[in-house]
Write a protein that binds this ligand. Structure first.
Ligand SMILES: Nc1nc2c(ncn2[C@@H]2O[C@H](COP(=O)(O)OP(=O)(O)OP(=O)(O)O)[C@@H](O)[C@H]2O)c(=O)[nH]1
Ligand SMILES: [Mg+2]
Length: 772
């Protein structure tokens, strides 16, 4: 493929939704699915004078029956369809409407018109419901309050999954009974690990021909590398799938009645399944024995654990992130959903069992983190995890971790220090809301009229705690955009709003070409915003061709000693900065990989000029000198400098830092980075060699391939820039039977000769070159 010019064009790529340019995150640090999160150092009350707020009996009994869960998985696995059933069986909605249903109503959680038209979830939606679970051991009925967030599967909208998992205590990982663990499943798995979210797995679509839950259980163990075992055995297959055998409590559960709303429990196990069920219960116990001491000891002593012991072990191991129980069902056929809800209540943690940590901003940033307690009387700590511009102003979704949030109370933004009164408090039910006067700890709600950014912490002013925000991946694709005809204020109004709501959507104006450039996680991501501008803001836009979002970085340290001096009659400009720049690894929690460090001792530069240095550094990072792309992975350390009583100013220091950076940059062995994608191709097995050959010619590295019946799946890592025209090639080489999806993996240095080409192309766009 010719790669001589920049921008790289995708002109031959067909309709965007079918392409699924998918992107996820910079996951250099999450190389293995087995990566367990580095536990943050946590302060214990004995170690320091950390105030403790014991849970009252009232707190305990409320929290015990509270669950905050996410439904996350690969695209099209049936998350929204499953959530629709959950809402129906819990009485939140009266009727079931399908995603892409014939009645044209659409599922409750896909409330946006675009979601209903495309049949995919774009934004995560929150809701809540009550579920009366019957404890199979005690037979007692108890009512649980469950907050649910249905997330999108398409990786272009990965930030929606990221922020939901940041604030949820547990999750349902939905898998297709035929396709099993797919590339996006591993992405979601990584996200769950990042925030230590325990999960139960739900093998959906058990009605599909070829459904094979045992293969999926095995894939969870081997591909996601988490011990797992089925807690169910299906009764009937494909069309005759009618219920499940509950292996823990040794009983059969059938769905009958209208839309499966009648759950019939029988002590009898169908005779033809007795042998299989016995073997699978044994397998469950064996898996548990590996991760749970109590069951391990019983197995060693050759004793059979009781149902209650198995139940308790599943709960301990799931909450301890050591195990995932696997449930089976078919959302569309209304089977197996109620037992899954019982599983959510039985095995996922309540808010007091999920660890929540905060930084004390009065202590140095290296100080250990402080655990929060979901006590209603404790000082308030809440995290704003999602913003939306609603009809009544900004809607801010909050997770309250500690204390009680009350309407009309004054709360403080821990980042800005600003205080604000809470004018209106609501609980969300997709796009509808219910007014409430207060929200207790461990709950999810939304506030109106509270200005803030996504990821801000709110307190009642009684603590100096601040929580970490969510991980924000870097955009991989960008395009120029302008309004058709005269630009109205709605153009920038819409872009500002989208940028504020979605941290993976960026807007900037190229100073040289004066073009507005939008960047995002994939073409569909950008296409949706362009379409929303048309529909919601009446702004028709013309867009340029999508370009790969290259980046630049440095590979070695370089020192600077730079003086900016200007004397033009009146007041002059003087600033001297001394220090160095060095490569920086991204922060594990926030993904932040650029930093200004002030190491000045003894007042060589007055404090008032430091912001000038910091601004200059970040301005210089906006555009690398090799290719004009943003610079990442770089730290600037200021160690010394000089100033002039009259001629120094913040501006002078800003200019000096930009000059210093540019000089040092040349010496720091800069390189251009390109996005590398994980590409998953599925095609009939006879095309295997054609597909692998095609990927090889694109310099792809094959990382996995699997043959299943008459189909094969191949996973490769390929530079996004080399994926130009791939859909056409794949169609041609597989008689239209192959499908592929792409997901962002990381940014890597481009090959030296390509770097040269990019540099040459950039030089030609510079004003000096043009005027020659
Ligand atoms: N056969 C079968 N199809 C199902 C089942 N559940 C969902 N589907 C279908 O799968 C398709 C996708 O369902 P959704 O519920 O939109 O999937 P999703 O996971 O929410 O998709 P995204 O939000 O876009 O990632 C729809 O056509 C559903 O009708 C099931 O249990 N069996
Ligand atoms: Mg959905």
């Amino acid at each position: 493929m010719l790669r001589s010019t920049l921008p790289i064009l995708f002109s031959s790529i067909p309709s965007l939704p079918s392409l699924f340019i998918r992107s996820a995150r910079c996951d250099r640090r999450w190389a293995s699915a087995a990566t367990t999160l580095k536990k943050a150092s946590v302060i214990t009350p004995e170690e320091d004078s950390v105030p403790t707020y014991p849970l009252s009996d009232q707190d305990r009994s409320r929290l015990r029956l509270q669950r905050n869960i996410g439904v996350s998985a690969h695209i099209d696995s049936g998350k929204t369809t499953l959530t629709e059933r959950i809402l129906y069986y819990t009485g939140r909605i009266r009727e079931i409407h399908e995603v892409r249903g014939r009645d044209n109503v659409g599922a409750k959680m896909d409330s946006m018109d675009l979601e209903r038209e495309k049949g995919i979830t774009i934004q995560s939606a929150a809701t809540f419901c009550d579920w009366e679970a019957t404890n199979p051991i005690t037979n007692e009925k108890e009512k649980y309050a469950i907050n649910i967030i249905d997330t999108p599967g398409h990786v272009d909208f990965t930030i929606e999954v990221e922020r939901a998992l940041r604030v949820l205590d547990g999750a349902i990982l939905v898998l297709c009974a035929v396709a099993g663990v797919q590339s996006q499943t591993t992405t979601v798995d990584r996200q769950m690990r990042r925030y230590n979210v325990p999960r139960i797995s739900f093998v959906n679509k058990m009605d599909r021909p070829g459904a094979n839950p045992w293969k999926i259980v095995n894939q969870i163990r081997t591909k996601l590398r988490i011990p797992a075992a089925a807690v169910h055995v299906p009764i009937g297959v494909e069309d005759s799938f009618s219920g499940v055998i509950d292996l823990v409590h040794w009983r059969s559960i059938y769905n009958q009645g209208v839309k499966g709303n009648e759950v019939v429990v029988s002590e009898e196990i169908p005779a033809d399944l007795l042998e299989l069920a016995t073997a699978k219960r044994k397998e469950l116990i064996e898996q548990l024995a590996d991760v749970d001491e109590e069951i391990g000891d019983l197995v060693l002593m050759d004793e059979s654990p009781s149902n209650a012991q198995i139940d308790a072990a599943i709960r301990r191991a799931t909450i301890g992130l050591k195990f995932s129980p696997v449930f089976l069902g078919s959302a569309i056929k209304n089977t197996g959903v109620q037992p899954l809800l019982d599983g959510v209540c039985a095995y996922l943690p309540n808010p007091s069992e999920a660890e929540a940590l905060a930084h004390d901003t009065e202590k140095p940033s290296s100080a250990p983190m402080v655990p929060l307690t979901p006590a209603a009387d404790a000082p308030l700590v809440g995290l704003a995890f999602k913003l939306e511009e609603g009809r009544f102003g900004q809607l801010t979704y909050m997770r309250v971790y500690q204390g009680t949030l009350k309407k009309a109370n004054t709360i403080y933004n821990a980042r800005t220090g600003k205080k604000v009164k809470v004018p209106r408090l609501v609980r969300m039910h997709s796009n509808e809301m219910e007014d409430v006067s207060s929200i207790g700890p461990g709950e999810i709600c939304a506030m109106f009229g509270v200005e803030c950014s996504s990821g801000d912490t709110f307190t009642d002013g009684e603590t100096s705690y601040s929580m970490t925000s969510m991980y924000v991946p870097e955009p991989v694709i960008s395009l120029a955009i302008k309004s058709k005809g005269i630009e109205t204020p709605n153009f920038s109004r819409a872009l500002n709003r989208f940028q504020k709501e979605d941290p993976t959507f960026r807007v900037h104006v190229d100073h040289e070409s004066k073009e507005t450039i939008i960047s995002g996680m994939g073409e569909l991501h950008l296409e949706i915003y362009v379409e929303r501008m048309r529909r919601e803001y009446n702004v028709d836009c013309i867009t340029g061709k999508p370009r790969v979002a290259f980046r630049e970085t440095i590979t070695s340290r370089a020192d600077f000693n730079y003086t900016h001096k200007k004397q033009t009659g009146g007041a002059g400009q003087f600033a001297k900065v001394i220090g160095y720049i060095e490569p920086m690894q991204p922060d594990e929690e926030s993904g932040k990989d650029t930093e200004f460090v002030n190491d000045i001792l003894g007042g060589a530069i007055p404090e008032g000029y430091f912001p000038g240095v910091e601004k200059g550094f970040y301005e210089a990072l906006e555009k690398g000198t090799l290719s004009g792309n943003p610079i990442s992975g770089c730290r600037l350390v200021l160690v010394d400098g000089g100033y002039h009583i009259v001629d120094s100013s913040e501006l002078a220091f800003r200019i000096a830092t930009i000059g210093a950076f540019r000089e040092a940059y040349k010496l720091a062995s800069p390189v251009i980075l390109e996005p590398i994608m994980t590409v998953e191709v599925i095609a009939p097995v006879e095309f295997q060699s054609a597909v692998i050959g095609g990927l090889n010619t694109r310099r792809g590295t094959i990382v996995d391939s699997e043959v299943r019946d008459d189909e094969f799946t191949c996973i490769a890592e390929v530079a996004l820039n080399d994926m130009f025209g791939y859909s056409n090639q794949l169609r041609g080489s597989t008689q239209g039977k192959g499908e592929f999806s792409m997901e962002y993996k990381t940014h890597m240095p481009v090959l030296p000769h390509f770097q040269k080409e990019l540099e040459e192309a950039y030089k030609k766009t510079m004003p000096q070159a043009k005027s020659k």
